[in-house]
Design a protein around this ligand. Sequence first.
Ligand SMILES: C[S@@+](CC[C@H](N)C(=O)[O-])C[C@H]1O[C@@H](n2cnc3c(N)ncnc32)[C@H](O)[C@@H]1O
Length: 225
Amino acid sequence: MDNDKQDIINQMLSQLTDSAKHNREVYSKVAKHLDEGQKAGVNLSVNQMTKGIMEIYKDKETEELTALDVACGTGRCAVALRNEGWLGPIDGLDGCHEMLEVAKTKNVYRTQYHEMISLETPLSLEKSSYDLITCFGGLSFGHIPHDCLEMLMGLLVSGGILVFSYSDYTNPGSTVQYKKSLEEKIEKLKTEYEIIKTVKDESYYPRADLTKMMGVVNIAYIRKP
Ligand SMILES: C[S@@+](CC[C@H](N)C(=O)[O-])C[C@H]1O[C@@H](n2cnc3c(N)ncnc32)[C@H](O)[C@@H]1O
């Protein structure tokens, strides 16, 4: 892998702020280069997440099940899920048009939704319609607000599972606050939903200089009763 390309992307990603509008501009610039610059560590985490999902579904036929990949970016998570053996249709949703343009070339999504998830705007997607929702890298400061977790749970059928990543940040400020609030949110969700497990993955961004930015990835698996 070309380190220069990685560094350009990492520099761009390090420009992410609390502003969703600003971040969308950053993502629109990075979209075309994201795949080539993805680090091995990040892919390991995505693969760990999709392996964890297929472990849960190991005794089930997935052909008839429908998945939604939220904050799907260029489609990496859906490709990994397919490679792990998920057979049913997968839809993708992302707030960045340029990301979806790249995702389209992978032919992995049944339908692509160009929508920003926010507390202010209801989603156009039908409630109770997905068996599985994945979200890798979407629950973060300046991305999807943690208070939107219930909105995502609402898209699941009864028995459906939401699986998402969130990072242990080592830099101070809103990143740390986001993670704290997200974990408080997960605690609250326990009253209504089953937290199947949360897993810590230290393979993410293994290079020392990058740990300042992202750190360790946690993956949460939550079932709607
Ligand atoms: C770190 S990237 C992850 C992309 C992909 N899941 C992957 O693992 O490669 C975050 C993605 O979230 C999208 N995003 C950020 N905030 C969003 C929001 N509020 N609603 C929908 N998509 C959002 C961005 O456009 C970007 O594609």
